[in-house]
Design a protein around this ligand. Structure first.
Ligand code: NAP
Length: 333
């Protein structure tokens, strides 16, 4: 069987472009014992994948030039030579950007194919939801009436962070990059206020205005000048959760800016980075709680679903242009 895959053609320098990706036809080998033949259904595009496209050493090994891009994928079993899966099962795993592919049965997680919202396992009930849940609750330790600011607020992680903070009784302010996103956060996601960082003349003053009691928790998805502006408004004992730094992922040299140490010192504040994988042993707890909140209507959710395998590189690049609201996915019919 011949299929199509997307390989890393070259490592991006700065912002990724379509030229960094190449579509290739490829012949699938015969299916061996212990393996499954899969057809991709939902492909997750995530900002961390930009890091894997460079050859710098990190917490996940770099992608190889000439080899398929890989990421989180939900796929349907076409044929199985394992005892664990049968035809038409849905599975999730770290899998290649290929229309069809053969995978080891061992690394795959089965998903209930009757689930109404299969794609949620790549978002709110998967990596991004759990990132919001553990980052905010474990490091942030929000208390009722505290003020929480979240950047990247209309993205997959950010919109869940803001809503969990509301469940915990906090005053919540989001920062995002368009008027539509600002309206959505306030009107559909229950944020108390939101700032369009692309239009604000003075982000620090805008935060001060919307956070009259100062900032107790900052959930940082973006870094850069937005974070400088939030940190300038922190309270004594503030917690700053470093989840992501997307504003610098395409930088060719290390960014310089306001150094936060003096503010942390003066305010006896905590700044802590984390990886969601630190919490792997507690994922079932997080999924259970997020599912309960979703079913009870306490969490709202959005996805941006792009259709068509050939749109995968576009969808990925568009993360760096704010093209998504909520979790960005690509669906293949
Ligand atoms: P996302 O927020 O759904 O998508 C990325 C968003 O970032 C875009 O929609 C865009 O929204 C914003 N953005 C892009 N470039 C920006 C810039 N230069 N300055 C400010 N905002 C920019 O992505 P996500 O999956 O939820 O991830 C959010 C962050 O969490 C990322 O930094 C990611 O790397 C990190 N993360 C960390 C972990 C962990 O384990 N620590 C796990 C998952 C994700 P606007 O329209 O608002 O600009």
């Amino acid at each position: 069987m011949t299929t199509k895959q997307i390989v890393l053609d070259s490592r991006p320098k700065g912002m990724p472009t379509l030229a960094n990706f190449r579509f290739e036809d490829y012949e699938l080998p015969d299916l061996q014992a212990g393996k499954v033949l899969l057809k991709g259904f939902y492909y997750s595009v995530d900002p961390y994948m930009r890091g894997r496209m460079s050859d710098a050493k990190s917490y996940v090994p770099p992608l190889q030039v000439g080899k398929p891009i890989e990421g989180s994928v939900i796929a349907r079993v076409i044929e199985s030579k394992t005892d664990s899966f049968t035809k038409n099962d849905l599975v999730m795993g770290m899998l290649p950007w290929s229309r069809e592919f053969i995978a080891e049965g061992k690394g795959l997680q089965k998903i209930d194919s009757l689930d109404k919202h299969v794609s949620y396992h790549l978002g709110i009930l998967g990596m991004t939801g759990l990132t919001a849940y553990f980052g905010l609750l474990d490091i942030g330790q929000p208390k009722s009436a505290e003020t929480v600011v979240v950047s990247g607020a209309a993205g997959a992680v950010g919109m869940v962070v803001g809503q969990i903070a509301k469940i915990k009784g906090c005053h919540v302010i989001g920062i995002a990059g368009s008027e539509e996103k600002i309206k959505l956060l306030k009107e559909e996601f229950g944020f108390d206020g939101a700032i369009n960082y692309k239009q604000a003349v003075d982000i620090k003053a805008a935060i001060a205005e919307l956070c009259p009691d100062g900032v107790d928790i900052y959930f940082d998805n973006v870094g850069g000048e937005i974070s400088d502006a939030v940190i300038a408004n922190i309270n004594k004992g503030a917690r700053i959760i470093i989840c992501g730094q997307i504003s610098s992922y395409n930088d060719n040299k290390a960014a310089t800016g306001i150094r936060p140490q003096s503010a942390l010192l003066r305010k006896s504040a905590l700044m802590q980075g984390f990886l969601v994988s630190n919490y792997i042993s507690r994922f079932p707890e997080g999924v259970l709680q997020l599912s309960e909140w979703l079913s009870a209507g306490k969490l709202n959710y959005r996805e941006t679903i792009i259709k068509g395998f050939e749109r995968l590189p576009d969808a990925f690049i568009s993360l760096f242009e704010g093209g998504n609201t909520g979790k960005m996915l690509v669906e293949i019919e």
